[in-house]
Ligand binder design. Structure first.
Ligand code: SF4
Length: 61
């Protein structure tokens, strides 16, 4: 699984709370990811974060 945060992010911080091993708030204020590649054991959390993002800014594939 790959993950990416697009420019729709409103910096609410929910994904960072849900999955701090993958998401972070970047210096610019928006969320980002440490690595686009998601470890298998984190895929469920990343999918949950993507589903919960209020503006659907988390793209998984
Ligand atoms: S949950 Fe969505 S809007 Fe909120 S910080 Fe994460 S990517 Fe941005």
């Amino acid at each position: 699984m790959n993950v990416h945060v697009n420019s729709d992010c409103i910096s609410c911080g929910l994904c960072v709370s849900t999955c701090p091993n993958v998401f972070l708030i970047t210096d610019g204020g928006a969320a980002g990811v440490y690595s686009r590649e998601v470890a298998p054991e984190l895929e469920e959390q990343v999918q949950a974060a993507a589903d919960a993002c209020p503006v659907s800014a988390i793209e998984v594939g």
